[in-house]
Design a protein around this ligand. Structure first.
Ligand code: NAD
Length: 325
């Protein structure tokens, strides 16, 4: 395998592929920051490739963990070389770039891209989806997505196209339904909200089947990283646990730790995602979300960005190509 990007998530994926996931070895790393790539290569016994193109040519399969704006161009090189690829979310920040990847895959006539919407592998979300049949018809989903501080200094549009895009994908997957409309409501900025940005915000989506999906996105929440999801149905509700297995009682308090970053909350999901991807790659298929799922998420996130300025938006989706049926 080759891993592009040796930052937060690239390091986590490279370590996990090397130490935890069966059937894979990371041989190649590339990062624009050569010192960072060298340090990780030394740690896991890999080599540093001089260019992205050489990494892709030398690897049987590729993980893209570079910044958002590079995903599409690097995914296109992977498709050109016909390499199975796990591309971190988002597929691209813009609809035109995301469309170019889907078009290239359609031209190839084969699915090679698996998209890193790892919540589809999280035991909490999997249990939530399995339990939906016990609460009648889903009517409303309440979601909370909070970061201790804005990752990558996210601007308001980045909150939607990079961060809340997880909720856009996971609710679509939970409900097996596509979105019809989106609106965004911003309230009073908190004391940590940078000048000119909106945080926290509420995104309100409706699905084609009529379910309301509400998302609180708060990227400067100060106290830690937290993700919650509750589905309200016609006969009851189900709420996802927070991913912690221990309850601590100490210093006159009872509770559990809140992680600083997503790496703590979704550790299991990342590992399961990588194992499923390696297993799928070995038999010539993809796993989890597809490039098509990535495109629909990017279309929806961009409609939400438009909704900030222009009010509620209808979400126009292209017809699903046969490759993704
Ligand atoms: N699925 C998830 O939950 C999840 C979690 C974290 C990050 N991500 C995604 O992974 C990507 C990386 O996030 P991160 O937190 O690791 O960021 P990061 O800033 O920690 O790391 C990005 C790395 O990419 C490197 N880089 C810059 N230009 C490059 C280039 N041209 N080619 C290769 N590498 C280059 C940087 O030097 C840096 O080491 C983002 O797109 C982010 O959305 C997904």
């Amino acid at each position: 395998m080759g891993v592009i990007g040796a930052g937060n998530i690239g390091t986590s994926h490279a370590r996990s592929l090397s130490r935890e996931v069966a059937g894979a070895q990371v041989r190649w790393l590339y990062d624009a920051d050569v010192a960072r790539a060298n340090a990780l290569a030394d740690e896991i016994g890999a080599h540093v490739a001089p260019t992205v193109e050489q990494l892709i040519a030398s690897s049987d399969a590729v993980v893209i963990a570079s910044p958002d704006a590079l995903h599409a161009e690097q995914a296109l090189i992977c498709l050109d070389a016909q390499r199975p690829t796990l591309c971190e979310k988002p597929l691209a920040p813009t609809v035109s770039e995301a469309t170019s990847v889907v078009d290239a895959e359609i031209d190839l006539g084969r699915r090679l891209i698996s998209l890193g919407f790892m919540r589809r592998f999280d035991p909490g979300y999997v249990a939530l989806k399995e339990s939906l049949s016990s609460i009648g018809q889903p009517l409303i989903v309440h979601n909370v997505h909070r970061n201790e501080y804005a990752p990558y200094g996210l601007t308001t549009s980045g909150t939607l196209t990079n961060s809340a895009i997880h909720e856009i994908d996971i609710n679509r997957w939970l409900l097996s339904d596509d979105y019809a409309t989106v609106q965004v409501v911003a309230g009073k900025p908190g004391p940590r909200t940078p000048e000119g940005e909106l945080d926290p915000i509420l995104m309100l989506l409706t699905t084609r089947g009529g379910v309301i999906v509400e998302v609180e996105a708060f990227v400067n929440a100060a106290y830690g990283y937290e993700v919650r999801c509750e589905v309200v149905g016609s006969e009851g509700t189900v709420e996802m646990g927070d991913g912690s297995y221990l309850t601590r009682r100490a210093q006159r308090a009872v509770g559990h730790e809140v992680p600083e970053l997503w790496l703590g909350r979704f550790e299991d999901a990342y590992r399961r995602q990588l194992q499923a991807w390696v297993d799928a790659t070995r038999v010539g298929t993809t796993s989890g979300a597809t490039a098509w799922d990535g495109l629909l998420a990017t279309i929806t996130a961009n409609a939400a960005v438009t909704a900030i300025t222009y009010g509620p938006q209808s979400i126009e989706l292209p017809e699903r190509p046969s490759l993704y049926r």
